[in-house]
Ligand binder design. Structure first.
Ligand code: 1HE
Length: 260
């Protein structure tokens, strides 16, 4: 991997946004080991001033998944560690310091879909298509896809994608839950950045609760989930920022919720 294959650009303003770009368009942003480790390092070392991140891919495609040229003869132990390396990196994306918004276009396939599913919001433009070609390559997902993708679309749809090689287009992808936003071709980054700016204005503890507590509460039995929720709510509302935001609303200084 060359240093240029993963680019980090911190955009200023009161709330900084990290723009992270897969920049290996000649290989359709395929993810080799070095690129995966670089992704992990970027999320581990984001400056504390950053409040949200956008990830996108240079060229015609978001990401072609695992760099198949690196797929050598691995024994079972090496295969296990390789998959665990992906898990560690994508955990840094999902459970890192700030919400991450994926700007998708073109191919979002294999490990590319695994990366996208580790992000908190997915914005897809009309050129986007989704597939899990692992099935036809004789392999299995290894980047956390079997945990995260069924949470978006259900086990049955993921099974179909892998058994039959089914490709979802952008509109169907949004319909089934692979992306939360569908935008005109060429505008995914702009929309993702706009959303990141909005997310960056939230109280940091609210964003923390959404990233770190909500997915875990959703995995808990209801009685445990209710308690975790109550603890998180108590912590969030005790922050000075929460008190001043509520005071702003009560004093008529904060925006009302507008009809959609
Ligand atoms: C690659 C890869 C790659 C492209 N690894 N080199 N992923 C896949 O099985 C998807 C494989 N890729 C494709 O199906 C297509 O490349 C795309 C649909 C993504 C794009 O098509 P296209 O026509 O724009 O590009 P292309 O001509 O196929 O590829 C351009 C170059 O990128 C070419 O190399 P070149 O040296 O001949 O120019 C391709 O070989 C190279 N390339 N994709 C390596 N993936 C943690 S486990 C995750 C498991 C997986 O992700 S498995 C799924 C892998």
């Amino acid at each position: 991997m060359s240093k240029k294959d993963l680019q980090l650009d911190i955009r200023g303003g009161a709330n900084e946004i990290a723009v992270i770009r897969l920049a290996r368009p000649a290989k359709r942003n395929a993810l080799g080991d070095a690129l995966i480790l670089a992704l992990r390092d970027v999320f581990e070392n984001l400056p504390a001033t950053v409040r949200a991140a956008v990830i996108d891919g240079e060229g015609e495609h978001f990401c072609a998944g695992l760099d198949l040229s690196e797929l050598q003869e691995r024994d079972a132990g090496q295969g296990l560690h390789h998959s665990r390396m992906w898990h560690a990196a994508l955990e840094r994306v999902q459970y890192g310091p700030v919400p991450v918004i994926a700007a998708l276009h073109g191919a979002v396939v294999g490990g590319g879909l695994e990366l996208a599913s580790a992000c908190h919001i997915r914005v897809a433009d009309e050129s986007t298509f989704y597939a899990l070609p692992e099935g036809s390559r004789g392999i299995f997902v290894g980047g956390g896809g079997s945990v995260r993708i069924p949470k978006l679309i259900g086990v049955a749809r993921m099974t179909d994608m892998m058994l039959t090689g089914r490709v979802y287009n952008a509109a169907d992808g949004e319909r089934i839950g692979l992306a939360q936003y569908l935008v005109p071709a060429g505008t995914a980054f702009d929309k993702a950045f706009e959303l990141a700016q909005r997310v960056a204005q939230n109280a940091p503890l609210t964003n923390y609760a959404l990233m770190h507590a909500l997915p875990r509460i959703a995995e808990q039995a209801a009685d445990q989930g209710f308690l975790t929720e109550a603890l998180m709510a108590a912590i969030a509302q005790s922050a000075p920022e929460a008190k001043s935001r509520v005071r702003d609303f009560l004093d008529g200084r904060a925006a009302k919720v507008q009809k959609a």
